[in-house]
Structures are given as C-alpha cells and as structure tokens.
Ligand binder design. Structure first.
Ligand SMILES: [Ca+2]
Ligand SMILES: [Ca+2]
Length: 545
C-alpha cells in the first residue's frame, strides 16, 4: 500500500547511506532534467484522516470469497481478501447482513446476535473486526430494523399466541409481550401486504414478503430490544451501521420515519460518538434529503446512482440537461440540498448496489465509460461507496440473484476462493478479465479504480471539500469545480467529452493553484499544465492544487 511505502522510504537513507542517497538524488535530478519528466503523481503520499469521510467497499459475503470449498462465501474468505481491499485504497467495509436467516440474501433475520452458520462463527467475526482495525478499515453492519424473519422467536411466539386465543379472548401484552412487536390487526385489512394468522381473524403486515413481518416501532419494549442488539455489536468493535429500508418503517410517513431514525442515531452515538450511520431511503433527492434532519450521518445518493442516475445519464445521454454543465450544477445542488437539512450532512454517493444492474451493463460494456463512471463516483464529496466487483467491471442485471454473482477472482473456479453464487442466479458471463488478471494489467478497470481511490486518499479535500462550480470554465464538455476544506482549495476539472482533447485556461494567479496534484485519463494519456493552460485528453479528470 502507498501509505506504508511512503512511510518506509522516509525512514531509510540515514547515517551511512547518506552519500549513496546524495548520489542517487543527483542521478534523479540529472535524469529528470534530461528527459523533462516530472515524477508520477502516484508516488505522492496519501493523507488518511480518521473520520467518516471514507471510501467504502460493499460486500455480499455469500458471493465474495469462499474459504472452505462449500461454494458459499464466508467471513474467513473476507478476512483473506482484506489485503486486496486495502491495496485498492478502501478504508471502510459495509457487510450486507451476516445474521442467521432463511434466505441466501439474509435480509430476514432470525437472530440479531449471531452469525449465520453459512458464513462462519462469532470467533471469525471477532477476527475480522481485529484485522480490519489493524488496517484502519472501519467495518459497518447492515442492520435490518423494518422487519424480522417470520422464523424469529419474537414473531413465532406472537403468531402462536394469537392462534391459540379463544374466540372471545382479547390479546394481552402481559401474556405475550411479543404481540406488540409487530403490526397485528383484527379483521381483514384487504391489502396484499397483510397476511392472515392461521385461520384466525388476525392479520400481520409484511410489506416486502409474507416471511418478513414488519415490526411496530410504537413498542417501547421492541426499541429496548434493538438498543441491546446495537450494544452487542458495538461492544464487538463494529464502527456503525447501514440501515435498511428506512422509508418503510412507517411506509408513506416521512416524519415518523425520521423520528425512528433519530432514536436509533442518538442511541448509537451515545455508545460511540464517532460511529458512522448511513441510511437507505430509496427516493429522489427532494425526498431523501429531508431524512438528514434525523441526525444520521449519510443517506445513499439515489440521484447519482443507478442506470437512470446522474452519472450514467451524463455518460450515455445527450442534450443540455445531461452535459458537463448540468453535472457540475448537480454536484452543487446535492450538497446544498442536504446541507439545508443539516450543515454536517455527509453525502453517500454510489454507482450501483446489490439491488441494481451493474454499471458495466448500464454502460453497454464500454470500458472507457466504465472507467469514467468510477472517477465520477469516487471523486464525489462525502463517503463514496463501491459495490464489490464494480472495480473489475463485473456483469449482472435482471433478477436480483444476477446482481449478486460470484466475485470474479480467477478463471480457474477450483481455486482462489470462487463461490457458486445464489441458487436461482442465471449464468453470468463476465466480459472483462478476472481480478487476478486485471491486477497485472496497468490499463485495467481495476487499476483505474485503484488510481482513483489513491487520488482521493492523497487529497482530503476531494471527500471533505465544499463544492462550488467554476462558472467561467464550465461548459458543455468541461465540468469545473472547486472543493474547499480546512482553508485549502483545490480544483477538479472533468473533461466529459468522449472524443475530444480540450484546452482549459485557468489563471494560476487568479485561482491560486500551483500544479497538477494528480489526474486520471481513461486512455492513459497525460494531462498537461503549461502556463495557465491545461490540456486534457478525452474522458479525463485533473486535480489542481
Ligand atoms: Ca464457505
Ligand atoms: Ca414497516
């Protein structure tokens, strides 16, 4: 990893090595003068800050890496790939649910304080936490509060209790406290999301599925249960939570959902003020932004992600509303909108997640566009999320199982931790090379992702800076923004033209920058600065500092 390399090289060269270092320095100077080459921006030091503006890797454990040959990914598999994740530059991991469940995806939890045996043991989990912490990686868990599994002991007890009631008996919380943990009603609500309890007059709400009964947040006893579950995981060193389906706590009632979120957030922060919380409110900006009033650090940016989101639209649609100017304006708008609800809101941009078709398909397997989409996502302000396999342009669309296909480590399925994938998955044909092969190719999607995250890690302003559009420079092809953090201002210029090299004039004296801090270009061409003129190849991004 760059961080270690930079650190170690600073330690070398003392005492007896002084003369050798001097000679080497001379040699470098002579060579540099001779061919006019500046040193590669990649050799600059990273500047990691231990806060919640991170670069997160979303892992579906089932399909990620198998350690014991049963074809199902597991926690030991994740541990074995932490070096891979760290090498890419990620400093956060979101694990999709790992608790015992009846389904392969595990969003229906049977026991909130255990590990699904398919994934391993609690001891494996403790090791994972320890190994993450050694690497400065914050680990967050997917916490499914909206519903439990119908096999959860709370629901089983409540269901059996209602089934056993006599025709004239009323349910009582004294007799069965779990009755109030869920949304039971007497009489048929005539809705396709309500299900009958046996042959009784009672019905329960299952907004997603009959086997995922919705809980009742009106129950104080239920809230105490969830608080003790949060205590359990935080005592294990978990760095926070990703909250599933937050707009369904009370479907259609944002104010009530925000109250539930405030309670969860306040509780988590009372245990650990630096914990990180990110919520899934699958709505447009205008709606999800208001959820920031709950105090939750981040909500996923559904305006920029997905096949119809801002990033894919900018790369694949034409017209003024999808050009570079519109992109730059949208970056400012998302920031201003969420900050309107909370000054310290942290945007959570992502390109796709486990519920969406993968970017490679959205971008018609165009490698240049895939690389550009990586830069557009990862260079956004806030906490950027990358779904496993996106860094190698994996395939997957259509039914949900296809979007959660085996991480493509290697073409030899007998080695290297390859999993078999969900049972109902259709065979997926990956158009780009395996992770192992892409790591060896400097022009691969993998190495583009790695460079992009490195650029983010070298310049803390990229994640943390306040965005403003440079109106004088932004046009249909060039999106130009500044990001200001801690009194330091940097500039990001995106050449979003698919075909044309662009020359941009940006006065050093007026804008107060000195040099190119780093750049990305999908074809490998150089971004050059000469005087006040920046020359950018088609599909490139430059950071000026
Ligand atoms: Ca396994
Ligand atoms: Ca609900």
């Amino acid at each position: 990893m760059e961080r270690k390399r930079g650190y170690h090289s600073a330690q070398r060269g003392c005492c007896g090595l002084k003369r050798m270092r001097f000679v080497a320095l001379l040699l470098v100077l002579v060579l540099a003068a001779g061919c006019g080459k500046k040193s590669d921006w990649r050799s600059r030091e990273v500047n990691m800050i231990d806060d919640n503006y991170r670069t997160w890797y979303e892992i579906f454990v089932y399909s990620f890496c198998d350690s014991d040959g049963d074809g199902i990914g597991d926690l030991k598999g994740v541990i074995s790939k932490l070096d891979y994740i760290e090498e890419l530059g990620f400093n956060g991991i979101w694990l999709m649910p790992i608790m015992p469940s009846t389904t392969y995806h595990k969003y229906d939890v049977k026991d909130y304080e255990a590990i699904d045996p398919e994934y391993g043991t609690m001891e494996d989990f403790d090791t994972l936490v320890e190994e993450c912490s050694k690497r400065g990686i914050k680990l967050i868990l997917d916490l499914v509060l909206n519903h439990t599994s119908s096999k959860h002991p709370w629901f089983v007890a409540a269901y059996d209790y209602l089934k056993g009631l006599g025709p004239d008996e009323e349910p009582s919380v004294e007799e069965c406290p779990y009755y109030e943990y869920y949304n039971f009603v007497k009489g048929n609500p005539s809705s396709d999301t309500w299900y009958r309890v046996g042959t009784t007059d009672y019905y329960y709400e299952g907004g997603f599925w009959s086997e995922m009964p919705d809980v009742n947040f009106g129950s104080e006893a239920l809230r105490r249960e969830f608080e003790s579950i949060i205590d359990f995981w935080m005592a294990k060193g978990v760095g926070g939570f990703r909250l599933d389906a937050v707009k369904e706590f009370y479907s259609g009632y944002a104010t009530k959902n925000i109250e539930v979120l405030s309670w969860v957030n306040n509780y988590v922060k009372s245990v650990n003020p630096s914990a990180y919380m990110v919520g899934e409110a699958w709505e447009g900006l205008g709606v999800y932004a208001q959820y920031y009033a709950s105090g939750i650090d981040s909500f996923f940016n559904f305006d920029f992600g997905d096949s119809n989101g801002r990033i894919v639209k900018t790369l694949t649609y034409t017209g003024e509303s999808n050009n570079a100017q519109a992109y730059a304006k949208a970056l400012v708008k998302v920031q201003d909108t969420i900050r309107g609800y909370r000054e310290d809101a942290i945007d959570a941009p992502f390109l796709v997640n486990h519920d969406m078709g993968r970017a490679a398909g959205c971008l018609r397997y165009d490698e240049r566009k895939i690389k550009m989409s990586a830069a557009m996502n990862v260079l956004m302000s806030g906490s950027a999320f990358v779904y496993y396999g996106e860094e190698i342009g994996m395939t997957g669309s259509g039914k949900d199982e296809n979007k959660r296909a085996p991480m493509f480590w290697t073409t030899d399925s007998r080695v290297g931790g390859m999993t078999k994938g969900p049972a109902d998955m259709e065979p997926q044909e990956n158009r780009f090379a395996s992770a192992n092969d892409q790591m060896e190719n400097k022009d691969s999607i993998y190495n583009f992702y790695k460079d992009t995250i490195l650029l983010r890690n070298q310049n803390p302003e990229i994640a943390r800076g306040t965005v403003a559009r440079l109106e004088a420079v932004t046009d249909g092809d060039i999106a130009a923004i500044s990001k200001e953090y801690n009194g330091q201002k940097i500039y990001l210029l995106y050449n979003l033209s698919e075909t044309d090299e662009k020359k941009v004039e940006l006065s050093k004296s007026e804008y107060g920058y000195k040099e190119i801090a780093g750049y990305l270009s999908v074809d490998g061409g150089e971004v050059k600065l000469s005087g006040d003129t920046i020359t950018m190849p088609a599909y490139s991004v430059v950071v000026l500092k």
